[in-house]
Design a protein around this ligand. Structure first.
Ligand code: NCD
Length: 312
């Protein structure tokens, strides 16, 4: 690892907290790790990771666990709320304090409330990594998204990036947009009006304007498909809708299929944080544009790199 390490001992709560040099540093470490993961095996021997998931997760939880184990760490997990004292009404602060008392070196937390990870970082002294706090942010997903884009194109500056789907409730959209505000990119936010970025309550659009981002909002992806280098798609975050009727109004309102991709640049990369529901048809999986499985695999290397940087 490089001598000066901007991540050492830090919390990872929001991508707004990291500037370009720091992001590039992490992406470089990730690339080295991906090239030769065995070189780093056991580097964090005996360190403790608490994995606290108060919301469903497949990839994020699994890759943190696999990453930690490959580095030699010991992992303790809370997942199904039914199996822990959370179900008996234990509050979050007590759970965090208890894990701190066990001497864990880092905590990874996913929680349905926006702000839960920031809160946790104030409660405990060890570094806290946000693995998704409600509709708010998901910084480690954004880091691996950046890594995938950089790997695909050799760099990030100059790209035209479309984000399509539930831009209102997706936490991957906010975290990735904030991270991309460090680069010279064009953004296209593609969604029906109900799911557009101006429907968010977290001030994301204001932030992007303050950062001088160049972006456009539109509904019909066909209008821009030919300009895009990246098309980043998200599922409708059904569980975040306060009103089921609103969900029904937008269900099935956008889709990526083989016909749409006929109008795309040859090098277009279609990304998706997964899980996919019906917004990318399965025929797309076989096309050279589909990069979401590679993207998911990169999560392992990114999370290994991040743990090494924070604790190494
Ligand atoms: C995302 C999430 O949890 O926000 N999933 C993930 O971590 N890969 C996206 C989603 O749930 O739609």
């Amino acid at each position: 690892l490089q001598a000066s390490n901007p991540f050492k001992g830090r919390d990872v709560i929001s991508t707004k907290d990291f500037h370009r040099e720091e992001l590039d540093h992490l992406l470089q470490t990730t690339a080295r790790l991906k090239e030769n993961p065995s070189e780093f095996e056991g580097r964090l021997e005996g360190k403790l990771l608490a994995s606290l998931f108060f919301e469903p997760s497949t990839r994020t939880r699994t890759t943190f666990k696999l990453a930690a184990r490959r580095l030699g760490m010991i992992v303790d997990e809370i997942t199904a709320e039914e199996a822990t004292s959370i179900a008996k009404g234990e509050n979050l602060r007590d759970t965090l304090k208890m894990y701190e008392g066990y001497g864990v070196d880092v905590m990874v937390i996913r929680h349905p409330s926006a702000g839960a990870a920031r809160y946790a970082s104030k409660v405990v002294r060890c570094p806290v990594i946000n693995a998704g706090d409600g509709p708010h942010e998901h910084p480690t997903q954004a880091f691996l998204d950046l890594f995938t884009i950089k790997e695909e194109f050799g760099g990030i500056d100059g790209l035209c990036i479309g984000m399509m789907g539930d831009l209102r409730y997706s936490r991957t959209i906010s975290s990735l947009s904030y991270a991309l505000s460090n680069y010279d990119v064009e953004l296209r936010f593609i969604a029906p009006p109900l799911l557009q970025i101006d429907q968010r309550t977290d001030g994301m659009e204001l932030y992007l304007r303050m950062r001088g981002m160049s972006y456009e909002k539109l509904f019909d992806v066909k209008k821009v498909i030919g300009e895009l280098d990246v098309l980043y798609v998200t599922r409708i975050q059904r569980e975040r809708f306060p009103d089921e009727l609103e969900y029904k109004r937008v269900r099935g309102s956008y889709r990526v299929d083989a016909q749409l991709l006929e109008g795309a640049k040859e090098e277009l990369a279609v990304l998706h944080p997964l899980p996919r529901v019906d917004e990318i048809t399965h025929e797309v999986d076989a096309s050279a544009h589909a990069k979401y499985y590679e993207q998911a695999a990169n999560g392992l290397y990114l999370r290994m790199a991040l743990l090494l940087e924070i604790l190494g």
